[in-house]
Structure formats: C-alpha cells, structure tokens
Design a protein around this ligand. Sequence first.
Ligand code: BEZ
Length: 249
Amino acid sequence: MDQWNADLYKTKHNFVFEYGNSLIEWLNPQPGESILDLGCGTGELTAQLAETGANVTGIDGSPKMISSAKAHFPNVNFAVADATNFELHQQFDGIFSNATLHWVREKEKAIERMYAHLRQNGRLVLEMGGKGNVNSILRELEYVMQQKGYTYQPFWYFPSPGEYATLLEKAGFTVEKILYFERPTKLADPETGISTWLEMFGDHFFAQVPEKDKQEILQQVQEEVGPALTREGNLYADYVRLRVVAVKK
Ligand code: BEZ
C-alpha cells in the first residue's frame, strides 16, 4: 500500500528536504558524475543535485511520490524502486540518501544494494534518524497507547553510529566520516505539530486503532510532550541525526 500524501509532505513537512541541502555539500557532486538519490520522495533534492550538472536518478518506493516528482521536475530521471531490492544495471559515482534509511527495516539488504550500485571508489553520503530520534514523542506515544489498551510496536530503525558503521564495514564499505548530532526540527504549528507529524509519518502505529481513539491518543501526546518541546513559541521535534560518508574501496 502506498501510504504517502505527496501534497501534504511537500507543504507541511518540507523541512525533510530543506535540511537536506547541507547534505548535498557533503556529497559535493561534480558536473558529469552519475548520482543515485535513494528515497528521493517528491524530488526536490534530486532536482538540486541535477542542477550541479551531475546525471542524477531518483528512486523511491512510493508511486505517489514518484509521480509528484516527475510532474514537478520533468527533466530529471525518476523511477519507482524499493531500497531492499533495486537493480538499475548501472554503477554510480555517488549515492545520496536523505531521511530514508530509517524506514528500511531490512537494512542489510539496502546496504548490499547500495554497495552493488557504486563503482570502485564511489561514495555513499547519507543522513537518517540516529539512536534516540524523536524519543520523547515515541515514549509518550507508547505510554498513552498502552494506557488505552493498545500495543505499541516500534517501527523505525534509528541506529547508533557504531551500529551502522559496523553494518557498512561488514558489507565492504570504508567509513570515512560519521557524525551523530541533535537537530531540533521546527514543526509547522505549535498547537498541532506533533499530532500532525504522527499522522503524516506514523500511521502504521494506528493500524488497529479506531479513528476516535486515534484522535484522542494524538491529542494526549501533543498535550503532554508539546510544552517540553516548545521554545519561544515554536515547537521542535527532538530529531537526532546520523550522517555518514562511506566509500567502496
Ligand atoms: C526522520 O527524518 O528522522 C523521520 C521522519 C519521519 C519519520 C521518522 C523519522
């Protein structure tokens, strides 16, 4: 099932690609280089990568995201493909991935596919949620769901630097740079930011929850966590990032 709402993603959750700009600097794409954007979403960063003169392909598992990307950036290559089993019959100079790999639970498969799609000395530059990402929101969600008699199932993969570096090394990568840091991320509306964020990204938590209970849970999480995450009238999700540069030697 394709759960994504590409319009909502572009308008209310544009921080996902706005923060990705500085990751492009880490990749430093050169004109004529071949670059794969893994998990390109609605394609904003893919288009920015293409503006450098690199030959860029964006892939995403969501047909809705890819159709939005194609409509907005008709001159860029996009394709629907799954991070765990993609086969593009090409090796790239660089692979770029922003805010995607925490969705991929079969992480070893994604790492194997990325390795296979890099040429010798090609580089992987990625950012994902790191250990402890959005912890205060998820701990409260777990507490409220359990209070109401529902099971909370962890979903995302937020690794520590050591854990992810080990997986990359096992697959053959040389990890050249790794950075683990807190990056409070401003949400659109202080009154509803957390519940809107959970509705956009966390629908899987509510698969067994009737709509009325879901709305009560969202409101309670917003009320309990909101004040602690608010500074000078703005609400910030407690994002923790993991950034990596790894090379196929
Ligand atoms: C993140 O970028 O950290 C993230 C985004 C959506 C859901 C979970 C994590």
